[in-house]
Design a protein around this ligand. Sequence first.
Ligand code: SF4
Length: 120
Amino acid sequence: METTNIICITCPKGCTLEVTHEGDTVVKVKPGCKRGHEYVQRELVDPRRMIATTVKIKGGIHPLLPVYTSAPFPKGRIRDLVLALRTVEVEAPVSVDAVVLSNVLDTGIDILASRDMEVK
Ligand code: SF4
């Protein structure tokens, strides 16, 4: 049995939750609400994060295009994601929410444009 403090990032309150668990089985969480308890369970079994970053863009009004993941991305594979996105270069124009890269690293998650990018 182990006790770990986990900061819940589900809402802006950002509660620090004291989690008693055996491996990835939660035994007790205090304090926190139902959503916080669900977050803790997910965090122990399959931690994920929404990722926002940039990729290169050719011919745009800026050299980099802000992008984000279409769903929370597996935390343990973020480094691989960053390396994969370093090799991506899209061409302007791009519309907000356009798919820049689909099914990245076979996760079923797409990389989407965070904004429009007009031609220079
Ligand atoms: S435990 Fe509940 S109130 Fe606290 S940050 Fe998480 S979702 Fe928000």
